[in-house]
Write a protein that binds this ligand. Structure first.
Ligand code: NAD
Length: 392
């Protein structure tokens, strides 16, 4: 079929298989150009199909020839409809890894469940023996806790008082004002249940109990801090509480296991998760313009190559006062933040394309779903029903 983008708010409900493959291959070339022989060798990536998790998988496999097992929750093609982008990304990743002689398998299912943890452990036991790096990169709006069967939902809300700021309707290209009411205590607790560190700990306990965690292994989960303008809805909001809990979990994992667990604070990038956060896409559009002008703009793959090669496996963690790895260092440079803050009060729908890199944001967004890639003929009929190579 001929696949075109069909955007609904901040999601695109279609994905292009060849475009996703082209995007994954672009990331692979970047990872290959920065080889790190000291990198991880056997890696489990939880949340490996899109965004930061996918790029970590690419950086480990093609930067240090790592065997990778990926876990994700994606939609294969059904009834002739295109699969989700993360499915196509994972098909493309496995195909490229197998061509390069690298082990790559994937598990599609709910990472919060006991069943998927057990399946991952069985696969590691059978194929890899142990893993020396566990990457935890889930971003989910809900979690069913296997302990009580209850489904918790996360919200992106401020805490204590309502928050009003400028926001961007990325579909219409309109800047407007948004007011978000504060979260209830229950909403805060539920967001911590979904996006906090509990499930990361459950994974690490299960892996260690099963003997599939290599001695001296490393683990990393991702966080975000960003500029003060977004703090009420991010760092000081419900999601920020969850991220504090991820930091708590990192310390608990390091204490409980022969494993060095870290939180890496990453740069703001366009992903399916970040495009859903109010205010953040406007900040990202301005940030991209400022960072591109300075020449230090990065996407997920450049961030993850730097994280693995320079920090986690480069002997130079550069931890902050809270013990976190700051790979958002370039984003947070004072001149970058000042330039964004100067533009912030000025920007409007009319000046959006002049004062920000909104077109860069849009291109990035479309690329998440495999659209707008060079060398892909979008008028061509493509096969949308692609099986996962490792399942064949
Ligand atoms: P993303 O939406 O691109 O990726 C989420 C991944 O989680 C996908 O692989 C998806 O399949 C998987 N997933 C979701 N629910 C699942 C489930 N129940 N079972 C199995 N897999 C599931 O998100 P992202 O932006 O790459 O976020 C990853 C992490 O990086 C998050 O912790 C996020 O807070 C953090 N982070 C993101 C940014 C940003 O700007 N996007 C910045 C800093 C940190």
């Amino acid at each position: 079929m001929i696949v075109k983008p069909r955007i609904r708010g901040f999601v695109c409900i279609t994905a292009h298989p060849q475009g996703c493959e082209a995007k994954v291959r672009e990331e692979i070339e970047i990872a290959k150009a920065a080889k790190n022989p000291n990198g991880p060798k056997k890696v489990l990536v939880i949340g490996s199909s899109t965004g930061y998790g996918l790029s970590t998988r690419v950086a480990a496999a093609f930067g240090s020839d790592a065997a990778t097992l990926g876990v994700f929750f994606e939609r294969p093609s059904m009834k002739g409809k295109p699969a989700s982008a993360g499915w196509y990304n994972s098909v493309a990743f496995e195909k490229a890894a197998h061509e390069a002689g690298l082990y790559a398998k994937s598990i599609n299912g709910d990472a919060f469940s006991n069943e998927i943890k057990a399946q991952a452990i069985e696969t590691i036991k059978a194929d890899l023996g142990q893993v020396d790096l566990v990457v935890y990169s889930l971003a989910s709006p809900r979690r069913t806790d296997p302990a009580d069967g209850e489904t918790y939902k996360s919200v992106l809300k401020p805490i204590g008082e309502s928050y009003t700021n400028r926001t961007l309707d990325t579909d219409k290209g309109e800047v407007s004002e948004v007011t978000i009411e504060p979260a209830s205590q229950e909403e805060i607790e539920h967001t911590v249940k979904v996006m906090g560190g509990e499930d990361w700990e459950l994974w690490m306990n299960a892996l260690d109990d099963a003997g599939v965690l290599a001695p001296g292994a490393k683990s990393v989960a991702y966080s975000y801090i960003g500029p003060e303008i977004t703090w009420p809805v991010y760092t000081n909001g419900t999601i920020g509480q969850a991220k504090k809990d991820v930091e708590r979990a990192a310390a608990a994992i390091t204490k409980a296991h022969d494993c060095e667990a870290h939180v890496a604070v990453n740069k703001a990038v366009v992903t399916q998760a970040s495009s859903a956060i109010p205010v953040v896409p406007l900040y990202i559009s301005i940030l991209f313009k400022v960072m591109k002008a300075k020449g230090n703009h990065e996407d997920c793959i450049e961030q993850m190559v730097r994280l693995l090669n320079e920090r986690l496996y480069g002997g130079d963690l550069q931890l902050d006062d809270h013990g976190r790895i700051r790979i958002d260092d370039w984003e947070m440079e004072a001149d970058i933040q000042k330039a964004v803050a100067d533009v912030w009060p000025e920007i409007s729908s009319e000046s959006l394309n002049v004062l920000s890199d909104f077109s860069g944001y849009q291109n990035n967004f479309l690329k998440l779903f495999g659209f707008g890639l060079n060398g892909v003929d979008y008028e061509e009929d493509v096969e949308v029903d692609l099986p996962m190579p490792s399942a064949e």
